[in-house]
Design a protein around this ligand. Structure first.
Ligand SMILES: *Cc1c(COP(=O)(O)O)cnc(C)c1O
Length: 760
């Protein structure tokens, strides 16, 4: 029980005590300082309504007040208390009974059933063999495991033979009820709980939506799992190319890229589509939002792509919260439905979400949401085949419970409240960085500081007034989506070809910018590469999400607490001081110097930053990156063929100097910008072509700056030489395909698209 004697205190209790099961509020509580109008009691009551769904609230009031109370009050409270007229035990009994009812109704279907089962203390005669943890107790190491995780987790790890909990494959019982509840909360026709990450969701949807030799339209900025879906299905991908800005950040697919005509052009230019079963794509997949927080107007996207595909998949791994805050209205897949997109053209929409990434769920817990359209109806029984094929028959029930709870946390007004907190803290941080930079400019310090990638000014639509970002009211920034839209051709974002409202920057994904380059790619004579900054932040136990050449991404998620970012601000200021005082690298990054003493001993922080900046500039890395991402490599064969070669020893690792004109067998992704530069089945091009020049430049960067290696996936680095090695299809005559004589395969005929490859 908590007592609060002021409105402020009461609101602080409501904010921090999520376990509150009932509240008694005095209507005549003094109001918080400075606020006019309402009584303190009214403020607290409103706050309780936003924070909790159906919390039983009793109001203490004089009998005479009752008829003067606003209507919403009567709708919010469940009863009144007149302390002088009833006995204390009677009042306490009413409150306790309301609290019990609330606690009972609070729990979502599956979690409730699981808890009930846990209370039963039955003996089990089924798998898992640890039998509620008992098996672990029979060995010292098992005991350590049991003690560490506790009995509760092990008791709730039940077998699917426990009928009372329903079936994940049949979507029955409490599991089915939990999925239906999630469909309602996330706005889907149907929702599927997936226990193997959004990676599995992506493979499942890809595997279901497109089949052998059909065309798939694929955002080049896609996750590895999307590619795996293509490998499984045998699809022929046509890649759609996102924009990029001067920082090297990947933008959205621009509106022109998804128009029917440009899709048709890309499709017909792609040699792989010649062998396709139909010239029309069956499926399109996009990443929404991007890692850097760029999210689409999904209705615009659906309308643009509708002529080109009957199925549209938004990979929303980082965006499961979008439906619960008005800033993101109309920016998530499930916002596209018969109400917003009437008529027969509407595509079926899939949204796949890593629930665990930005909502509160256990790792791996994910969901597929579907809005089916008559054009490409998703029949449950058929989709369920794909679901079962990618699922386990032994699901971990605590994970299902976490999906159930993550859903319930977002249900009702509290969902908005929780997301709003992250949004608010992110905006406070964003404004603080700009204000600190201003104070530095006004003081006698060297005039530079880090920046945040965001608009410099915003417009208040109510007044039409244009305000500097740092001076805009918090209330405006956290409620007005237009403040975050990427206006066409605005300098701050640097993405060409956008239209009004098409793309929005999500405030909770904060990109810090370092001096050295601007959004249009203009480089200055000095700079601080972000890798040096993040290496320093790591020494302060601050781990960022992702680091590009001059930017670094930090996330403000639901786990944020007020002012947590204060330590980050402090570290940024300290970095500035160290830089301005030209501190030795040994002092700033002692571990780096210890690992590479010959390289960095005696160098100062400023010298290191400048040397790296000069290298990035002289190697023209940003420019090379630009061409590598825009001039896509020539497709030679579908990804599935490469995979078939891979498992039969038909591929090899090749040095960049030997890699010209080879067919890649694995995806190569470099950060920045985290988009694949090379996909399996694509040709590596000429030695001085965009791809090999770019990878060679990265390789030389890594050699020159040990300890600051580029983030490359799909590239193996030779430990002795530092050479980059990429997986390529082995060049062998068509007669020898690596198959052993014992296998019952007919002699392969040369692949029609590439004689080096056999047909499937
Ligand atoms: C992380 C991620 C995935 C995979 O999600 P997991 O839940 O980690 O399996 C898929 N797509 C994108 C865009 C991602 O960022």
């Amino acid at each position: 029980m908590r007592w609060a004697t002021t409105a402020d205190d009461a609101q602080a209790v409501l904010r921090t005590e999520a376990g509150t099961a009932a509240a008694v509020i005095d209507w005549n509580l003094p109001q918080a300082a400075g606020d006019g109008g309402e009584t303190g009691g009214a403020e607290v009551l409103r706050h309780a309504g936003q924070r909790f769904q159906n919390l039983p609230v009793f109001l203490i009031t004089d009998g005479e007040d009752l008829e003067h109370l606003p209507l919403w009050v009567a709708e919010t409270v469940i009863g009144y208390i007149w302390p002088l007229e009833d006995t204390a035990p009677f009042i306490a009994g009413r409150i306790a009974s309301a609290a019990r009812g609330y606690q009972h109704d609070l729990l979502p279907p599956f979690f409730k059933a699981l808890r009930r089962f846990d209370h039963a203390h039955e003996y089990s005669w089924h798998t898992p063999a640890h039998s509620g943890g008992v098996a672990f107790l029979k060995s010292p190491v098992g005991r350590a495991f049991h003690d560490y995780f506790g009995e509760r987790l092990l008791r709730s790890d039940l077998s699917i033979s426990v009928g009372e909990l329903g079936s994940l494959f049949e979507h029955t019982g409490p599991v089915g009820a939990a999925e239906r509840n999630a469909a309602r909360v996330f706005g889907a026709d149907r929702t599927y709980f997936v226990l193997h990450g959004d990676s599995t969701c992506d493979r499942m949807v890809g595997h279901f939506s497109v089949t052998q030799d059909e065309i798939a339209l694929v955002d080049r900025n896609c996750h590895k799992s999307v590619l795996h879906g293509l490998v499984l299905s045998g699809a022929r991908p046509v890649y759609l190319v996102p924009t990029r800005n001067g920082y090297g950040l990947a933008g959205p697919l621009p509106p022109a890229e998804i128009q029917a005509q440009s899709v048709a052009d890309r499709t017909s230019r792609n040699p792989l589509t010649q062998g396709a079963v139909s010239p029309k794509a069956q499926y399109a997949v996009l990443t929404n939002s991007t890692y850097d927080g760029l999210c689409y107007d999904t209705l615009q996207v659906a309308q643009a792509l509708a002529p080109s595909t009957p199925r549209l998949h938004f990979d929303e791994a980082w965006f499961a919260y979008a439906r619960f805050h008005p800033l993101y209205a109309g920016r998530y897949g499930m916002a596209v439905g018969p109400e917003t997109f009437p008529g027969p053209e509407r595509p079926t929409v899939f949204s796949t979400q890593s629930t665990h990434k930005l909502l509160a769920a256990l790792s791996q817990s994910a969901m597929v949401h579907i809005k089916s359209a008559p054009r490409a109806p998703v029949e449950h029984d058929r989709f369920n085949e794909a679901f079962m094929m990618h699922g386990t028959t032994s699901p971990l029930y605590p994970m299902i419970a976490s999906l159930d709870v993550a859903t319930a946390m977002m249900d009702g007004p509290q969902g908005r409240c929780l997301i709003d907190e992250a949004v608010t803290e992110a905006i406070r941080f964003r404004q603080t960085v700009v204000r600190v930079a201003r104070r530095i400019a006004a003081a006698d310090r060297p005039n530079w500081f880090f920046g945040v990638w965001q608009p410099e000014t915003v417009t208040d639509p109510a007044t039409g007034e244009r305000l500097p970002f740092a001076d805009a009211p918090l209330e405006l920034l956290r409620t007005e989506p237009s403040c975050w839209q990427l206006e066409p051709d605005a300098d701050w974002h640097g993405f060409p070809g956008l239209t009004t409202g098409y793309c929005l920057l999500d405030p909770i994904k904060v990109t810090l910018t370092c001096p050295g380059i601007d959004a249009t790619g203009q480089m200055s004579h000095w700079g601080i590469p972000a890798r040096v900054l993040t290496a320093y932040l790591a020494t302060r136990d601050i781990v960022v999400e992702k680091t590009d050449s001059y930017t670094t991404l930090i996330l403000f998620s639901m786990g944020i607490t007020k002012g947590k970012w204060g330590t980050l601000m402090d570290a940024l200021m300290d970095f500035k001081t160290l830089y301005d005082h030209n501190a030795p690298v040994e002092q700033v990054l002692p571990e780096l110097v210890a690992a590479h003493p010959h390289r960095y001993t005696g160098q100062t922080l400023r010298e290191l930053c400048q040397e790296m900046h000069n290298h990035l500039r002289d190697a023209r890395l940003v420019e090379l990156l630009d061409t590598a991402f825009h001039d896509l490599p020539e497709p030679v064969t579908p990804p599935q063929h490469c995979y078939q070669r891979l498992i039969r020893g038909g591929t090899e690792r090749v040095r960049l100097t030997d890699a010209a004109d080879r067919v890649a067998a694995a995806m190569v992704t470099v950060t920045p910008p985290g988009i694949p530069v090379l996909m399996p089945g694509e040709n590596t091009g000429t030695p001085d072509g965009p791809l090999l020049r770019y990878l060679t430049a990265l390789e030389s960067f890594d050699r020159r700056f040990p300890g600051f290696r580029s983030e490359t996936h799909g590239v193996t680095v030779a430990p002795d030489t530092g050479d980059y090695l990429i997986e390529c299809v082995r060049q062998i005559p068509a007669q020898q395909t690596g198959r052993t004589a014992g296998e019952h395969h007919k002699t392969p005929t040369p692949h029609p698209l590439n004689p080096q490859l056999p047909t499937a």
